[in-house]
Structure formats: C-alpha cells, structure tokens
Design a binder for this molecule. Structure first.
Ligand SMILES: NC(=O)c1ccc[n+]([C@@H]2O[C@H](COP(=O)([O-])OP(=O)(O)OC[C@H]3O[C@@H](n4cnc5c(N)ncnc54)[C@H](OP(=O)(O)O)[C@@H]3O)[C@@H](O)[C@H]2O)c1
Length: 432
C-alpha cells in the first residue's frame, strides 16, 4: 500500500510541478540545482510533530517519518519551513475542537474513514522558502522567501515542509527575520478578515473613524491596533491594567482597564463608535452594540462564534442550521435598532498578506521584539522547549498572572530547527 501511495504521489508531483525530474525535488546538500537540504535522505518522509488522536499534550509525537507533502493542484507550492508559529486555535484543535467541520472541509464527499485526518500536523503560521512550484504558479519562484497563514483544514507548519495554495502565500517582509515573520500571518489574516472583509474598513475609508477593540492585548488585538492606526482611525481598546502601556506604545488612543470593574460604564461615557471588534465574546454582546452609532452603517464584528462548537455537538447538518438560525436572529434583532451584527472568520489570503508586508516594511506594524515585549526572553525558551519536547506542556501551564508573556505561544522555531532536532533524536519519540 505504501509503495502504491508513493507512486501516486510522485506521479502527481511529476506532472504538476515545474521540476523536470522527481529527483530534483529534494536534492542532497551541495546540489547545484537546489540549495536546500533535508534532514532525511529519503524523499517520501520528513520530520514533523504530529498527533494521532485528539487529546491533551500527551498525544503529541515527534516523528522523522511523516509523509512528505505533495503538489496535488497546479496552483500549489511546497514551502520549506524555517520558522513556525502556534495560535490558541492549534491548542484547541489538538483537543478535537472543530473536528467535524474541518474533516468535512478536508473530505467533502465523506469518502475516507473517520480519523483519516491523522497523523495531523498543527501550526498555523509559516515563514520559509519556496521549494517547489506547481505548473500554474507564476507569482513565485523556487527559493523565494515567503510567509503564510495556514488554513486549519490543511496540514500545519510543525514539519519540515508544508504544501499550500499559491493564493495563500506572500513574499516575506524584508525587514523581518523568519522567526519574527512567523509571529504575524494567522493573527493578521484573522484581523484582516474581521475588519476588512466583514467590517468593510480599508485604508481609504478609515480616517477619523472611531473603532473599539474589546480584548486589545492579544494577538489579533495588537495587530488590529497597529493596522487601524496606520490607516488613520481613532482606536479605543479594553485590556488588563498591565498591558496598558504596551497598547499605548502601539498607538491606542484610549485604553480602558477591564480588571478595574465593568467596562460598560466608562465606554458608555465616550462618543459612540463606527465599528466594534470583539475578541472576548461572552456577555459582551449584551451591552456592546449599544455603543455603536445607530443608523449610520456601524458594525459589531465578533470573532468569538459558536460555529465550530455547534457542528462538533450537533453534527454538520444540524450544527449549520443552528448556526444559521443564531446569526440570522441576532443580525435581525440588531438591524431593527440600526446597527449591523456580524461574525468574523479567519480567511487566508496572499494578496492581503502582500499589503501587510508593505505595512511591516514601512515600520507601521511591529513584532514583539521591536516593541520590547517580554517575548524577547520567551522566544529562546520556546526554541529550547521545542527541542526538548516541553513546548506544549509549557504552553498550557503558562501562569495567568504573567499574561502578556503568553504571546510567546506564537513563538517560533529557529531556522533549521527540524534538522537539528533530528540529529538529537535517533528514533521517533513521544513528547514525554
Ligand atoms: N473566528 C475566527 O476565525 C477566529 C480566528 C482566530 C481567533 N479567533 C478568536 O479571536 C479571539 C482573539 O484571538 P487572539 O489570538 O488575539 O487571542 P488572545 O491572544 O488569547 O487574546 C485575547 C485577549 O483578550 C484579553 N481579554 C480576556 N478577557 C478580556 C475581557 N473581559 N476584556 C478585555 N480583554 C480581555 C486578554 O487580555 P489580558 O491578557 O490582558 O487579560 C487577551 O490578551 C479569541 O477569542 C479567538 O478564539 C477567532
């Protein structure tokens, strides 16, 4: 079976990639045609962190025998991972969150057996180098430095290589190292989707708009503040007291501390808003929509939606019906009051990342290291932790009293991490 699969894979690659010969896909160190080296001599496997079932940290397993990614469509590219990033979504996916919807997206006709998504590779951000291009890929060439946000239904970046659609990939900002670049794409595309695709904002219509971000100190919040300030908006945020200086440093005009008491009161005393981005959820919907300017096209966009929980709990058909009913009811309820209620959902986009790259290279978007957040000391911890298999344990055990430090979860693997860790691991090992 394995050899049949190998034949099929190599055939697909041969026809769809620009390489004239399969052997050039993974060249040996020192090759003249490709200057990439892989940690395995075999062209069908690569090292990766995988999970074989949903569960807690113990399900994570490091293997040197994960399947090598294959170009299945002519618009796809294979990226060699130089740095990878984790998001809260990876942690919840490890536990099975969204499994029903994501499995349907991977296998819409439901041909494969339950559990066919395993071994599953997590990691939603990647910065690396294009290794191979499909026949239709015109925008990229091999060896281009790229970054991307990886959709949750695709194999992630905690591996030596990842295959993505060319539309999801963008050239990496020149001003950032791979490690810094891997901190941005997933939160950037989530914020972009919520603010631009759903909220209707753009650099041309943002000037002087009043925006409120609930939960401004997280990944999505810190990116959104910087992008909106670059576009000329007036930005108010809520966060805990210890993040206030940090957010003011990013450009927030007004900061409200949610740990000092209910935020409804201080926020109600302010001028009303044109758009609210809700990163917190819970009972915020009860009061936040009253803070919008009525009958002026003002929008409330929440990133905290029950969509994946509904399909996990009720199955695809019932879950989607329940989801549609919920969002339609809420949208109508608020429409009669003159404000728009919307759900924001992550959407990958290479062209949007191109625009983010321009903002990064212009110094309008900064990563943790450049704003001096504690990530400076946490990034090396992350690298060490990955090498010794402690990364995930630390991720979930991180003390809540040091919350700003949590941003290191999007922290990074140093270049060639996999080849180095492979040297230290003679055999496959579990995370324990
Ligand atoms: N719909 C989608 O496709 C999608 C995609 C990605 C993410 N999301 C969701 O978007 C949200 C934001 O993501 P993220 O990556 O930015 O998460 P994150 O980094 O964990 O940030 C959440 C932030 O919310 C703050 N917070 C918690 N409770 C708060 C409250 N009551 N009032 C104000 N701030 C509060 C925390 O600040 P402190 O540390 O200061 O307490 C934390 O920094 C998450 O809920 C995530 O699940 C949705």
């Amino acid at each position: 079976m394995g050899s049949v699969r190998y034949l099929l894979c190599s055939r697909g690659l041969f026809h769809l990639s620009k390489s004239s010969c399969m052997n050039t896909l993974v060249s040996r160190p020192g090759s003249r045609t490709r200057r990439f080296s892989v940690s395995s001599r075999c062209t069908t496997v690569m090292p990766a962190w995988v999970i074989d079932t949903y569960g807690n940290n113990d399900v994570l397993r490091f293997t040197k025998n994960a399947s090598f990614p294959v170009i299945n469509y002519p618009n796809e590219v294979i990226v060699k991972v130089f740095a990878a990033g984790l998001n809260p979504l990876d942690v919840s996916m490890r536990g099975g969150h969204g499994a029903a919807t994501l499995s349907m997206k991977r296998d819409p006709l439901n041909i494969k057996q339950t559990g066919s998504e395993f071994p599953l590779v997590l990691g939603r951000d990647v910065s690396g180098v294009i290794m191979e291009c499909g026949l239709d890929v015109k925008y990229f060439r091999e060896r281009d430095e790229v970054w991307a946000a990886i959709p949750p239904w695709k194999q992630g970046s905690l591996a030596e290589f990842v295959v993505l659609s060319g539309n999801e990939v963008s050239h990496k900002p020149k001003s950032l190292s791979h490690t810094e670049a891997a901190a941005i794409p997933f939160v950037a595309m989530t914020a972009w989707s919520a603010l631009v695709n759903t909220g209707g904002l753009s650099k041309d219509n943002c000037a002087k708009k009043r925006i409120l971000i609930l939960g401004g100190s997280g990944g999505v919040g810190t990116f959104s503040i910087q992008m909106l300030k670059a576009w000329g908006a007036h930005v108010t945020v809520t966060c805990s007291q210890n993040a206030e200086q940090f957010l003011r440093g990013l450009g927030a005009d007004h900061v409200v501390d949610y740990t000092a008491g209910p935020v409804e009161e201080p926020l109600s005393a302010l001028e009303k808003f044109d758009l609210i981005l809700d990163n917190v959820g819970g009972d915020t919907e009860r009061w936040a929509l009253n803070l919008l300017k009525p009958w002026s096209g003002a929008k409330y966009v929440t990133l905290v939606t029950p969509f994946l929980q509904n399909t996990d709990r009720l199955g695809i058909a019932d879950g989607m019906m329940q989801t549609a009913a919920t969002v339609a009811t809420k949208a109508l309820k608020h429409l009669v009051k003159g404000v728009h209620y919307r759900w924001g959902l992550f959407a990958p986009s290479g062209p949007a990342l191109d625009e983010v790259r321009e903002m990064v290279d212009a110094g309008q978007i900064m990563t943790d290291n450049r704003v001096g957040l504690c990530c400076l000391c946490s990034a090396p911890l992350c690298v060490l932790s990955v090498r010794y298999g402690l990364w995930w344990r630390r991720l979930s055990a991180f003390p809540r009293s040091r919350r700003p430090l949590r941003r290191w979860r999007r922290g990074m693997l140093e270049e060639r991490l996999w080849s180095r860790s492979a040297k230290g691991d003679k055999t496959d090992s579990t995370k324990k």
